[in-house]
Design a binder for this molecule. Sequence first.
Ligand SMILES: O=P(O)(O)OC[C@H]1O[C@H](O[C@H]2O[C@H](CO)[C@@H](O)[C@H](O)[C@H]2O)[C@H](O)[C@@H](O)[C@@H]1O
Length: 362
Amino acid sequence: MPKQNMVVAEEVLFSVPSASTLFPPPRSKASSANYKELMAHLELHGNWNRASSWVESMKASSPTGPKSTSFLPSDTADSSDCEWRRRHPSALSKFEDLTAAAKGKNVVVFLDYDGTLSPIVDDPDSAFMSESMRAVLQGVAKYFPTAIVSGRCNDKVFSFVQLSELYYAGSHGMDIIGPTKWPDQANAKTILCQPAIAFLPMINEVYNTLLDKTTLIPGSKVENNRFCVSVHFRCVEEKRWNRLAEEVRSVLAAYPDLKLTQGRKVLEIRPTVEWDKGKALEFLLHELGCADGDNMLPLYIGDDRTDEDAFKVLRDRGQGFGILVSKFPKETCASYSLKDPSEVKDFLRDLVDWKRNSLQNN
Ligand SMILES: O=P(O)(O)OC[C@H]1O[C@H](O[C@H]2O[C@H](CO)[C@@H](O)[C@H](O)[C@H]2O)[C@H](O)[C@@H](O)[C@@H]1O
């Protein structure tokens, strides 16, 4: 499928050509210290000074509906859609292939929250999970170690999910805790992994400053995700995106240790630590004793650019499967697809039934 027919994946916003690409290093050793300093300056200020390119990226990314494919001629859209579905078939229609691969292995389930377990809604505080999804999740956690890996802070995700038998990896995996009720209360294992703990005061400071700076931009919302901050623009009129981007840019210019990425109609500010949902997945697999073993089959279901880090880990390890939740073609490292949270629920229910039946038949 031609690249332009795919939805642009959300990406690190200041990934413009690096200064070192534009200015190759000097040959003499004597000039190299000055060169490093110059490069650091250009990387930071050159890139941070492009609020207008942020807006282009904000416009290009995060399509959520039929509008997003409207730039395609309809026959091209149809054929590219078919080709994409062939390469990333539905996890529901290929369920038997998946369970065949899982036979004799311990399945571990990783789930993103927004857009995967709950539908995308305008107000982030109202992204509730349905009771039926909760019941299915409870069933999943009964048979398989299950983790929620989210950009949100753990407290918020827990307030939506309300299941203490799960692992939670909030703040894009930078805050990992084990279940307080699995396999049973007495044996509950407390895992704690917080690789960005040193950034807490800085993140709080940035959150407060951003709250203050964006307060006059109607529709904007700043969310404190503990180890990262989200600036939502889903409800901001497009003519004001430039102003919002400019405010965020001006705040972040003072924090070289923070980076900016983009999700679904959201700007995300994160520490520059080498940690993401992929690292969280690897950490949890290791904790569960299946880092190197072939006896585990991890399944990771997610809808966002940030989930791609986890899909990539599974693809590179050749272990388990990534399942992308999307109604339309997207660049992805996932093997399979599901269209929306309702299909995710069906898939998880099938998984529980399959496990229950195979236990009964043994
Ligand atoms: O990793 P996730 O669990 O998918 O979290 C990613 C972000 O999700 C939330 O924002 C998204 O969902 C909102 C509610 O549906 C929607 O209004 C927003 O436009 C989406 O970007 C959450 O509010 C963010 O903090 C998370 O980073």
